[in-house]
Structure formats: structure tokens, C-alpha cells
Design a protein around this ligand. Sequence first.
Ligand code: AMP
Ligand code: MG
Length: 363
Amino acid sequence: MRKIFLTLLLTASLLLTACHNAADTTQKPPPVTINISDSGFGVQKIRATTDVFLMDTLMTLTVYSDDEDAAKRALEEAVASLTHLDQTLSTAKSDSNIARINADGHGTLTRDGMVLMNTSLQYYRDTNGLFNIAIYPVVRAWGFTGDQFQVPEQSELQTLRSNIDANRIQFDANTGKIALEKGMAIDFGAIAKGYAGEQLIDIFKKHGITSALLSLGGNVQVLGQKPDGSPFRVAIQNPLNPDNNIGIVSTINQAVITSGSYQRFFEANGTRYHHIIDPRTGYPAEQGLASVSIIASDGTQADALSTSLFIMGLEAGSVYWRAHADDFEAIFIENDGTVHITEGLAGRYEPLNAQTPQLIARR
Ligand code: AMP
Ligand code: MG
């Protein structure tokens, strides 16, 4: 069922890409349909919302405001920004900045690409190579870049793994010039949505918006609090049964970003293979986790770390959290459904099942 859904999404994205290329070479943003309604919180504010399919995912942007024109302008600029990010960063669009660099082996990154490259290289070092934008050739071999999934030969993975050292990317942080060795390729897929969310929050603030909720394919980022002054309540999906939620996190001005083995996977010979690759093996990360959610004020950080801590697993992930406990909180859900939350979430995480979460203490 999940597979069919993913295939439909992929087909929709391919169709959208095809339409773009054929009909619109200037790449204007798609027309934005904005729905306006009462805020629903019993206060004098409207709720303006729009749905877009960009960056391979369904996105819902919601702003609350007493100024309808400002809300509309904010959403229009947000969609234009997302469209631009998609068109420059997508590895799947052959004319994107990143796809060209991957094809040519060199080029110059856009301003956003430069920020993402600097940040990604920093996380590569910080996570001892687990967060790795140069893993792309391996991700491609598994077919996760399209919908032709396959289990690569171990020998092929071994060969590909000789080309995934991100330290070998030649990158000039001043000019954005980049050169890749033969066989290397990069992808910001594990960090781009968190970064996009940060850009949107900045756009909203510029338009005087103080309350907003973004859902970028299930990754949530909130600005301020709900119109009634209470914190936003963000649902955490049950990774073992993704149609249901397992808990709720209350949050103000933060991103809640989840990486999970349920989000993209295929099955072959009775084994399930998912899309988050452990660079140490070239195989999907298997450290006993079904999902990791990161709650942080920096969306880019939350996105990079959800992927990284998923690969680390509960034990190493907890060690990493203790070293950075002022920056973020985390929810680890094990393959058997056990939920672990970091200390700072006590009182902010509300389970929706009978299970009391295990607390990860600072020390
Ligand atoms: P996310 O959903 O943010 O965890 O990102 C997952 C996506 O990042 C995958 O679909 C791959 O495109 C890419 N990816 C897979 N493994 C890694 C890794 N070890 N480091 C960075 N990106 C990865
Ligand atoms: Mg991520």
C-alpha cells in the first residue's frame, strides 16, 4: 500500500517536472491557491493556507494574521522561494544547479547551495562521517533516487564506497566553486527541507507574520505560538503504523523533523530496505531504530541530525545529544515501538498510547 502511494507521488512529481520543462522554460513559480478562513481560535485573525507539491513532497503552509494582504504576500513569496530551491537543488531535475555539477564534475554552487555545502561538511565532521552528502552514488545504486528499487551487489557497494569521502570534495567557500572527483556525486536531500523551512520562516517574519505552521512532507516547523497564545501541538507519527500518531510535542518557534525507515522503502525477498544509508556499510542503517525526531530552533540542524542520529542508533545518538543538549531535543522510537525522549521534552511530550516514554537523562 505504502509502495503504491510512493509510486503515485513519484509519478505526480515526474508529471509536474515534465509540465515545467515543456511549458515553461523561464521556470516561474506555479500559481498559488490560497484558502482564507477564520483562524478557528476565537480571535480576530484569519488563517491563510496553501498546498504545493515541491521537493518531491506535499507541503502545507499556514499563516495566522490580522492582515489578509500580508498573509497572501507572505505565502506567495514562500512558494516562489520553495520553487527556486527545488529548481536549483533537486538532483532529479537534470537542469538544476546540483544535477549539472554532478553531471559535469564541477561548477559553481548557488548562494543556498554554498550555505548547505558549508553546513553539510560541518555535520560530516561532527558526526564522524555518518551525515554524508557524498553518499549519493550509493543511494542511486539502491534506486532510491527514482522508483526502480534494487539490492546492489556487495562488490558494487564496495566500489561505490571508495568514492564517498566528502572531505575529497573541492569546495571554495568564498566563490562557491566546486569540483568532484570522477565517480563522486552530491545530494542535499537529508538537509534541504529543514533549510527550506528556515527560509520560509524568515520570509514570514519579513511580512510581519508572527504565527505560522509549515508541514514540509511531515517535517514541521512553527513560528511563534497558536493565535490563542498556546504552543503548537505537533503530532509524531507511529513509525510502526504510520497512519496513526504515537505522541504529541508542544512547541513554540521550533522545527520537529523526523527521519524514519517507514518513510521510503521497498521489500525484496522478504527483507525491507529503507533509504537512510549507513556510509560505513553502504546498506540501510540498522541500529534498531524505526524513527528519530529532532526538536530544535534551527530547522537545518534538526534535519541534518534526524538523519544522523537515526544512523547512530539509540546509544550513540544519546551520547551525541548529551554533548549538544543545549541545542536540541530528540525522540527515538525503537523497532519494537519503545519510545525514548530526551530530558528536555519531559512535560512537553504527550503519549497517545498507554506507553510512558523512557527518559534519556543528561548524564
Ligand atoms: P532524511 O529524510 O532527512 O533523513 O533524508 C534521507 C535522504 O537523505 C535519503 O533519501 C537520501 O537521499 C539521503 N541520504 C541517505 N543516507 C544519507 C546519509 N548517510 N547522509 C546524508 N544523506 C543521506
Ligand atoms: Mg534529514
